[in-house]
Design a protein around this ligand. Structure first.
Ligand code: FES
Length: 200
């Protein structure tokens, strides 16, 4: 594994990164509440924006239409060992994983250290499988490279693309904690191969 798993273009100084990250998040918020026409349930989830920066802030987001699914127990998650699940159903392209990223805070992270996140396993470019590609080097936490065209995604920053052919962020599964239980309650972004996350 190379020392740096985030491309040079992405490792600008802190202020530039935060600014670029902010622009990305403003765009992403527009479809944060992406849902189908059947509003079956509504949850309110806390989203940490600009995690790890001076601009860090927490916002509440309403997630409608998605099932609330138990995907892990905090006490059973081990650092850097992804646990697989399917969400929002067991249909096409629903493979996802949840991982505790060794005390490195992430946007949308839950748990005491805000280091527990969940993402789709489907590359947004052409659906390449990202299973077994989670990596951690220093403070960097990524998924990739995709085996098809080498896309890599930054898991600290809502799955933004850091290198490769993809041009959309990796869909992030939104999480909610209740006691020791971690629930999936929504998805930020559109799963590869779907026109609606709630319709396989
Ligand atoms: S399918 Fe993953 S980079 Fe093309």
């Amino acid at each position: 594994m190379s020392e740096s798993i985030v491309s040079k273009e992405q490792t600008t100084d802190k202020d530039e990164s935060a600014e670029a990250h902010g622009k990305c998040m403003l765009n992403r918020r527009k479809f944060l509440m992406y849902s189908g026409s059947t509003a079956a349930a509504a949850s309110t989830v806390s989203i940490t924006l600009f995690a790890g920066t001076a601009q860090a802030e927490t916002r509440k987001a309403s997630v409608q239409g998605y099932p609330r699914k138990l995907v892990a127990r905090l006490s059973e998650l081990k650092d850097h060992q992804p646990v697989n699940f399917n969400y929002p159903d067991d249909g096409k392209n629903s493979q996802a994983m949840i991982v505790k990223m060794g005390d490195v805070q992430a946007g949308g992270g839950v748990g005491a250290k805000r280091d527990v996140v969940a993402f789709s396993y489907m590359c947004t470019h052409q659906g390449g499988p990202l299973q077994n590609t989670y990596k951690h080097v220093g403070d960097q936490r990524v998924m990739g490279q995709c085996p098809l065209h080498l896309s890599t995604y930054d898991l600290r920053r809502h799955g933004i693309i850091v290198s490769g052919q993809a041009y959309q962020s990796l869909p992030q599964v939104l999480l909610e904690v209740e006691g020791d239980n971690v629930y999936a309650v929504g998805i930020m972004g559109l799963l590869f191969g779907r026109q609606d996350n709630l319709s396989a």
